[in-house]
Design a protein around this ligand. Structure first.
Ligand code: ZN
Length: 317
């Protein structure tokens, strides 16, 4: 993403992840997913770690532990968020990404019930983590340690969705075509309720939303604004919002991220996102002469690039 280089330094540090194509809540799944073919040489040290973690279907048993950083790590002892709950339903079951640290599962269950009381019908839960965390073959740079979750900006219907609906229904775009604000025909007080309720949970450290959504939250927050600083504008995040938890207390292998700035972030920092050059970045000029050497593809994260303890997580029965 070219325009990331223009971002204020604080923002880059806050996100601390390499820009990758966003995970799209509107990407469809399949009710009959084909298993990935086995790797010919999984022991080859050059094998991308996502190809290894992306093939594991089950978590490790035993104590839950976060290993590493949101965008470079893995997870032991994950548990699954049940696909149906009193106030949530899991989407895209074919992806098998409804795994997380028990504190994440607990937080989502709490949020679902509180958000319902606050006026949101219930959560449609998108990607959390893989059974052993780690990098993913498609989508996110983060979501590797079981502390991140995507929540759709579509209100949950008051019936159980079918398997097919969970794979094929699209999430709801809440940002207006102009990208300057939310779409008033789509945005509701319930959207405000679910995001603000999430931000008020003590172990939620950050929430990523589109800048247009942050603008709406700043406008609608009234005098109760102490949670706003946790809600961070980011590219994409116009069909879903992303919840990130703090490292669970006492987990020394979990690499924490500096807390977000205390400022509520409704002023200058937010205005940056609505500059013409950011909203409508100019396409790169085509080169006048063809480049002599092809640009090298970005090196893939391998097992050697992950914390050493992730080898044992991957190898465990
Ligand atoms: Zn996410």
């Amino acid at each position: 993403m070219r325009s990331l280089s223009l971002a204020p330094l604080a923002l880059v540090l806050a996100c601390a992840v390499a820009p990758v194509p966003p995970a799209l809540a509107q990407d469809k799944g399949s009710v009959d997913p084909k298993p990935l073919p086995p790797l010919a040489h999984p022991e080859d040290p050059k094998t991308p770690a996502k190809q290894l973690f992306g093939r594991v279907r089950t978590p490790t048993t035993g104590k839950a532990e976060v290993i590493g950083f949101y965008a470079k790590g893995c997870l032991a002892g994950a548990i699954a968020l049940p696909v149906n709950g009193p106030a949530w339903q899991v989407m895209r079951l074919s992806r098998n990404r409804n795994w997380g640290h028990p504190v994440l599962v607990d937080t989502l269950e709490t949020l679902a019930l509180r958000a319902q009381k606050a006026g949101w019908p219930g959560l449609l839960v998108g990607d959390m983590s893989q059974p052993r965390g780690g990098p993913m073959i498609t989508g996110h740079a983060s979501h590797q340690v079981g502390l991140d979750a995507d929540i759709w900006l579509t209100p949950m219907p008051d019936r159980e969705l079918t398997r097919r609906e969970r794979e094929e229904t699209s999430a709801t775009m809440v940002v207006a075509k102009s990208r300057e604000d939310v779409d008033p025909r789509v945005w509701t007080p319930g959207h405000f309720a679910v995001i603000s309720t999430a931000a008020k949970l003590p172990n939620v450290e950050r929430i990523f939303v589109n800048a247009a959504i942050k603008k709406a939250l700043c406008r609608e927050a009234g005098s109760d604004r102490a949670w706003l600083h946790k809600v961070r504008p980011y590219w994409g995040h116009d069909y879903h919002f992303h919840i990130r938890l703090k490292c669970p207390p006492g987990e020394t292998l979990c690499k924490s991220q500096p807390p977000p700035p205390a400022d509520e972030g409704c002023g200058k920092a937010l205005a940056w996102w609505f500059r013409d050059s950011v909203l409508h970045p100019r396409p790169p000029k085509p080169p006048t002469t063809p480049p002599k050497v092809k640009p090298k593809p970005r090196p893939q994260l391998t097992l050697a690039g992950l914390p050493p303890a992730c080898r044992a997580v991957l190898a465990a029965p």
